[in-house]
Ligand binder design. Structure first.
Ligand code: SAH
Length: 234
């Protein structure tokens, strides 16, 4: 069965967006994954097709109505493969990690609700067993970009999407470390040479150099990850 991303959004025309180009776009064209945007507005019941309303208790902005969000979710679920998790992109969510991305990529797909305005009525999140996922500690104007980030991260690790599977094992986070630095031609550029060891042809030495670089980078830039890595090894 093909991995499928169903996206519930007020802006279906934002899809495929960046997912229509390069690696993800090529794989989409080849049928290696499927994308199904669903317009939340098509579940509106009044003639203005409104799906949002003012927040109970007052305050700025608008909130997506529970009944319309739920109708969209239920329609999406009816169409999605059994076991497909329902996610709500939200700055309050659990931060997305490579581990979670891998789990999602190994499953049948994702059903993603994109918020707009101030977000969605809390009751729908409770009633539909929804996992809130954040892509970082900042606030976007809508969930569509966040959904594209999540889907891109999943699609690139689907079997047969990235040609060179080995590169996936070595990249940042997979080994619990950030990745080592890369170099290519020219051999010397603006007075900077490629580290000698990389030109030595000695694969053992190269692997050792890369491991050391990955460790020192992780230690300096991502102390949390470095600590976790140390614990895993001991
Ligand atoms: N009032 C909310 C922010 C709403 S932003 C709050 O303060 O928490 C509007 C929509 O953008 C959200 O419903 C969510 O779907 C999306 N969004 C914004 N920031 C995000 C982030 N960091 N990660 C994932 N989705 C985000």
């Amino acid at each position: 069965m093909t991995w499928r991303a169903t996206v519930l959004t007020l802006y279906p025309e934002m899809f495929p967006g960046v997912l229509g180009l390069s690696l993800a776009g090529k794989a989409l064209g080849e049928g290696k994954w499927e994308l199904a945007p669903i317009d939340i507005r098509s579940f509106a019941t009044d003639k203005h097709r409104s799906v949002d309303d003012t927040p109970a208790g007052g305050g700025a902005g608008m909130v997506m109505r529970a009944d319309m969000a739920a109708a969209a979710i239920d329609a999406g679920r009816a169409d999605a493969a059994p076991g497909t998790p329902t996610l709500y992109m939200s700055p309050r969510g659990k931060p997305l990690t490579q581990n979670r991305t891998r789990e999602l990529a190994e499953g049948p797909g994702v059903l993603v609700l994109c918020g707009r305005f101030e977000g969605v009525d809390e009751r729908v999140l409770e009633a539909r067993d929804i996992e809130e996922v954040s892509i970082g500690d900042y606030v976007l104007s809508g969930g569509e970009l966040a959904a594209q980030v999540l889907i891109d991260a999943c699609v690139r690790i689907l079997p047969g999407v990235t040609g060179n599977e080995v590169s996936l094992d070595e990249e940042s986070f997979s080994s619990g470390l950030l990745e080592y630095p890369h170099y290519t031609r020219p051999r010397e550029w603006e007075g900077r040479a490629i580290p000698e060891v990389l030109l030595s042809g000695d694969h053992g030495k190269i692997a050792k150099w890369r491991r050391e670089k990955a460790e020192s980078l992780t230690k300096a830039r991502h102390p949390d990850l470095w600590q976790k890595h140390g614990k895993q090894k001991s």
